[in-house]
Ligand binder design. Structure first.
Ligand code: ATP
Ligand code: MG
Length: 780
């Protein structure tokens, strides 16, 4: 249709155009990588405003990447200017925080609630399990946390879990779950899963509230739909509604886009069931497929198709492109991880020197965060500008978490986890025993820990020795003083400075000889800077126009904490505009999970080894293997023009060198698409550890690189190594492992370099699945 803004449709293909202009019934766009799903979503928003007279405030878009969010905002600003602020573009979690800030009271919580991340959650579960006298060896907090999280993702309450429990573990989980929820409520906190689950509860139990949001959001759009879990799916359904309400509010328009082959969050409960549920719950739903890929060359696409087609039970869809074959995929077999990193760095340098690319065109992917270190070392050495996305994040550092805990207690005095974290940090004479006495008092009186602490400071808690009581009074006074600063409206950075001074935290670090403590001081300075910038940004935003409803006061302490709590890995990905221009930008390093939805002209996929990628855990589990293969598909399809795939013959893990066989995914890429810059040595499969190391230098790695490799070699041990390479294990065999000690083989699977065994190391209490060829282990 030739509307007022025809240019919005000009550069779309017919199927995309149909998705953009479709009105009415719920719309599902399922299509492979790079087929323009995100573009459709962005364009649809623009179209709604331009051609269908929607107001920005009626639009709720759920995206995972900052880049997509920024693009949507830009497009909308172009069309409607500042009014774009009224549109909600966010992740599921930040959307729920926004809703809950308004509605928490309805659920008996206060709007100053804290958001508990994985670490806080684990701490609280540890406390709960301890109070329930659970043996931490049998019921580790991490296991309990995973089970509870899974239940929440399925919208199962503690009561549901108790009713459905059939074994001891499930009964314990239900018990912990119930108590954990009670403590969360006392602490006025939501964990990440609660944010979703309780928002669903809110909408289901309070129809007026549901209707309020349904009136407001007339258009709901969801990107990366394949990665939603059941709770998130239900949330979307409740927001949109499936029928007209009593007071006549029609269901909102819904548009979701996704690709079942890119579902990589099954471990968080994401399920392609959601695609089926969509077609079932929304009976009149429309489905549109997109088949043309605009991102990659045919070579890259063919590789991706070949790999993903090995997965069972998938709807086959063939993507095509008219971009031409392009360059072949470059393969490289490195001696070890240092050699691999040197190759990547050298290649990036050469491409950049030739003027073919900017650094910002390049992404380096690995399976797990710990693999980034080797790349960083060589990049620093060569002066190659880079940025790591994710990894040990700033906000996860101990000193930063300590300071945030202080701030959280000031914002939400009931926050037990934070309160107990800072109780004796820095040391102020409130020992474990005193803490236990206060905790017991809280339990007995059924009051919060914070209330018990105040009682203690007032001398109302028996069994507390006078010294502890004085220390607690001092602490409570300290908090009261700091709370006064917040109440006066002092900015967050100032409050932080005061905390650092008044607690003596900074002084303690400055007095220390430990070089680590010096870098802690730097991190704290950085945190203060973050807070300053935050306030400045808020001031500017206030000048630009009024804040949206449901948000904490811009620049306020709650707003700051919310920002910090919801910083996603993807948030720090530089957008191309920021990085481009005259400046050549930086190379981006990240895990494949983080790369979802992004694209780069040049992509390096590293560590393609069985046991690394696919992950060791997946080798004996077909479901996990299928998920790893989808991850490989995501990795390959991020590349636009050039793709590199590399692996290392040896890699140090757990402080031990391991020989890793080639990733099966590498094997699945058709040979004619690959150009081996350096192939595997001929006698592959035979004992080769020592010789490989011996030949390292003959491959021309530069001398700085050889230096790193040599240092690595001196620190690693080859004890018993050669024996392990040819190791053949059967059920019942006894083995000795360098780290875990004596063990018995309980299962064995596969042959040759891919053979795995499950080994019960009775003494250390561990049962482990291992890739036999790669572990420092001998058969007895
Ligand atoms: P993914 O599954 O990886 O999230 P996607 O389906 O969301 O991919 P997009 O990121 O929207 O795909 O699009 C991939 C690339 O193709 C982008 O650079 C986009 O601008 C471009 N593109 C999409 N549709 C068209 C089109 N009709 N004409 C030209 N370029 C297009
Ligand atoms: Mg996309």
């Amino acid at each position: 249709p030739a509307g007022r803004h025809a240019e919005l449709l000009d550069d779309l293909n017919p199927a995309q155009r149909e998705a953009v202009t479709h009105a009415g019934a719920p719309l599902l766009v399922v299509a492979g990588a790079g087929s323009g799903k995100t573009r459709v979503l962005t364009r649809r928003i623009a179209y709604l405003l331009a051609e269908r007279d929607a107001h920005p405030g009626q639009i709720l878009a759920i995206t995972f990447t900052n880049k997509a969010a920024a693009e949507m905002r830009d497009r909308v600003s172009e069309l409607v200017g500042r009014r774009a602020n009224a549109m909600w573009v966010s992740t599921f979690h930040s959307m729920c925080v926004r809703i809950m800030r308004r509605e928490a009271k309805t659920l008996g919580m206060s709007s100053s609630f804290s958001v508990y991340d994985a670490d806080d959650t684990k701490r609280l579960i540890t406390l709960v399990a301890r109070d329930l006298d659970l043996d931490p060896k049998r019921y580790p907090a991490r296991t309990l946390a995973v089970h509870i999280s899974n239940l929440k993702n399925e919208l199962q309450s503690a009561d549901d879990a108790a009713a459905a429990a059939t074994n001891d573990l499930e009964r314990r989980v239900a018990e912990v779950y119930a108590e954990y929820q009670r403590r969360l409520k006392l602490a006025n906190a939501f964990d990440f899963d609660d944010l979703i689950m309780r928002t669903v509860e809110l909408l289901q139990v309070f129809p007026e509230t549901a209707e309020h949001y349904r009136r407001r959001f007339r258009h709901v759009l969801v990107d990366e739909y394949q990665d939603t879990n059941h709770a998130q799916y239900t949330l979307v359904r409740e927001l949109v509604g499936t029928e007209v309400t009593e007071s006549g509010v029609e269901p909102a328009e819904l548009c979701v886009v996704g690709d079942a082959d890119q579902s990589i969050y099954a471990f968080r409960g994401a399920t392609i069931r959601n695609i089926e549920e969509f077609e079932r719950d929304f009976t009149d739903a429309r489905t549109i497929m997109l088949e043309q890929n605009y991102r990659s060359t045919q070579t890259i696409l063919s590789a991706a198709n070949a790999v993903i087609s090995r997965n069972p039970n998938r709807r086959d869809k063939r993507l095509w492109t008219d971009a031409g074959d392009g360059e072949k995929i470059v393969g490289y077999v490195a001696d070890n991880e240092h050699d691999e990193a040197a190759f990547v760095a050298g290649e990036i340098d050469a491409l950049a020197d030739s003027g073919a690319i900017h650094y910002s065109d390049v992404a380096v992917f690995y399976r797990t965060n710990n693999q980034s270190r080797v790349f960083e070392e060589i990049f620093i050495r060569l002066g190659l500008p880079y940025r790591v996305v994710g990894g040990v994040r700033f906000y996860e550092r101990r000193e930063v978490r300590d300071m945030l805990a202080y701030l959280r207690v000031l914002a939400n005095p009931e926050d037990t986890v934070s309160l107990r974290r800072i109780l004796n940090v820095p040391k102020r004479g409130i020992g474990d025993r005193a803490e236990a006495v206060v905790a017991t008092h809280a339990e007995r009186q059924r009051i919060s820990f914070a209330a018990a602490l105040r009682a203690a400071s007032a001398g109302e808690v028996p069994l507390l020795n006078p010294r502890s009581q004085r220390a607690i009074s001092g602490f409570v006074e300290l908090l009261d003083g700091l709370t006064g600063l917040v109440d006066e409206g002092r900015e967050v950075a100032d409050v932080l400075e005061e905390i650092l001074d008044r607690t003596g935290y900074r002084q303690e670090l400055e007095d220390s000889d430990d070089p680590q403590d010096a870098s802690r001081v730097d991190n704290l300075t950085e945190l203060v800077t973050v807070a300053r910038e935050f306030t400045e940004a808020a001031v500017q935003a206030a000048e630009a126009g009024p804040a949206d409803e449901g948000l904490p006061q811009p620049g306020s302490l709650p707003a700051f904490l919310e920002r910090v709590a919801l910083v996603a890995d993807a948030d720090s990905i530089p957008s191309p505009d920021e990085e481009g221009g005259a400046d050549a930008g930086v190379v981006t390093l990240m895990t494949v999970h983080t790369a979802k939805g992004l694209e780069y002209p040049v992509v390096f996929c590293t560590g393609w080894e069985d046991g690394v990628f696919p992950h060791l855990r997946a080798l004996s589990d077909p479901k996990e293997l299928a998920e790893e293969r989808r991850l490989a598909y995501v990795a390959i399809t991020r590349a636009r023009q050039r793709l590199y795939v590399s692996r290392a013959l040896m890699r140090t893990a757990w402080g031990q060198p391991m020989t890793n066989p080639e990733s099966r995914f590498l094997d699945e890429i058709p040979a004619d698409l690959l150009d081996w810059r350096r192939a595997a040595p001929k006698q592959s499969g035979s004992p080769r550890a020592a010789t490989t190391w011996g030949r390292r230098s003959s491959f021309g790695a530069d001398s700085a690189q050889a230096g790193i490799a040599e240092r690595g070699m001196r620190t690693t041990s080859f004890k018993g190594w050669k024996d392990t390479v040819a190791l053949k294990l059967e059920v019942g065999d006894r083995v000795s492992h360098d780290k875990y000690g004596l063990g018995t083989v309980v299962a064995a699977d596969g042959t040759g370099p891919r053979a795995t065994a499950t080994i019960d190391f009775g003494a250390s209490g561990k049962v482990k699945l291992m890739l036999i060829g790669s572990v420092p282990m001998v058969k007895l």
